[in-house]
Design a protein around this ligand. Structure first.
Ligand SMILES: *Cc1c(COP(=O)(O)O)cnc(C)c1O
Length: 365
């Protein structure tokens, strides 16, 4: 049945293809596939399924890791924000989650509550991003404190997160890597540094474990580089249908606040998608949209459930025709640019109203 409103087609074969791309960039690294935030809006369990060849998974929160365990995922799961409350420590032990330790409060929590089961911990070091992490000076003391807690608490590695890896020319990334390497020398612990941008652009970030997210979903992590040029395939195609075509006159103003005025008599299409579905309200006039395979410009304000399209470049279109907002044939990075944001935000913003349809059809790597 064809119904009114958008659908997000998720190509699980493209996910697998992009994991192979990760392996090509960082052949010596083990890979935690980052599937936090419902796999960047693609569906947590379906992404985990498609990415079963990863060496482990990384999520932001304990809750997300528990959802994976309850679905039967048995491999290593790293929780990037770690356990911040006693209940989470308990659950993390039960489910054998690996936890980032990013703050002294988490060490105190461990001290107060201990752990009934063995816990595997990654010390997260703030090497320059100043979001989460112990300073390099505090990390040494933390290691000793954790070591004194006995055999049930095991520090298994050191990690850090790069702030500006999307710009390979920024010297901060190499400085950050250098600070972690200096700390690690003599400790013999494995490191985890690279996110997508880091593992592609910064050789020092291809550490024992890497943590790619966005590149798995087929968007480019690097400023000024297309996903296609990195060998990545788009995973999500967001599409809907035309539900009206109006023949409007020169001078007619369109949509809320009438921000677009027709320069001549012209066909204007209305497609069933809006910010209530997660299409960005800030998409600029002229943002490209595919109608029946050809590009047409968005015009007027994005409404909650609808957008307007200038159909002059596609005069043969009809009500019911398919409209693609991003994905196959229209890179999400390009739409993100036109909306003043990043593809991460576009993917995560697709709302629960939009059904995700999964396919493995389109070949493999
Ligand atoms: C989200 C996240 C990643 C993945 O980053 P991408 O840019 O999507 O590759 C890696 N590490 C940490 C700590 C993160 O929070």
């Amino acid at each position: 049945m064809t119904t009114t409103g958008p659908e997000a087609l998720i190509d699980q074969a493209a996910l697998r293809h992009n994991l192979c791309a990760v392996r090509r960039f960082a052949p010596g690294s083990r890979v935690w596939a980052v599937i936090k935030a419902d796999a960047y809006g693609h569906g947590l369990l379906q992404a985990a399924d498609a990415l079963a060849d990863a060496d482990g998974f990384a999520v932001a929160r304990v809750k997300e890791a528990v959802a994976l365990r309850e679905a039967g995922v048995a491999r290593g799961i790293l929780v990037l924000e770690g356990a911040n409350f006693a209940d989470e420590l308990e659950v993390a032990g039960q489910h054998q989650l690996e936890l980032a330790v990013h703050h002294h409060s988490q060490i105190e929590l461990l001290h107060r509550h201990g752990s009934a089961r063995a816990l595997r911990l990654w010390i997260k070091v703030d090497t320059g991003m100043h979001r989460l992490g112990l300073t390099p000076e505090a990390a040494g003391a933390a290691l000793r404190q954790l070591h004194e807690m006995g055999p049930r608490v095991e520090v298994v590695g050191l990690m850090t997160h790069l702030a500006n890896a999307d710009d390979p020319a920024d010297p901060l990334s190499r400085e950050q890597c250098g600070r972690l390497l200096a700390l690690c020398s003599g400790l013999g612990l494995p490191l985890s540094i690279g996110n997508s941008a880091g593992l592609i652009a910064i050789p020092e970030a291809r550490s024992a474990w890497v943590r790619p997210g966005i590149m798995l979903y087929g968007a480019s992590p690097l400023q000024g580089r297309s996903a296609a040029s990195l060998g990545l395939r788009s995973v999500m195609t967001l599409k809907t249908r035309l539900i009206a075509i109006q023949q409007l006159q020169r001078g007619d103003r369109i949509g809320y606040s009438g921000t677009y005025t027709c320069p001549e008599e012209m066909p204007v299409g209305v497609a069933a998608i809006g910010y209530g579905d997660g299409y960005p309200r800030h998409a600029r006039q002229g943002t490209p949209v595919l109608v029946a395979g050809g590009r047409v410009p968005l015009i007027g304000r994005v409404s909650m459930d609808m957008i307007h399209l200038d159909l002059r470049p596609a005069p043969a279109t009809a009500i019911g025709d398919e409209v693609v907002l991003w994905g196959d044939g229209l890179p999400a990075d390009e739409i993100a640019e036109a909306a003043g944001t990043i593809a991460y935000d576009l993917f995560c913003a697709v709302t629960a109203r939009v059904p995700r349809l999964y396919s493995t059809r389109t070949g493999s790597s």
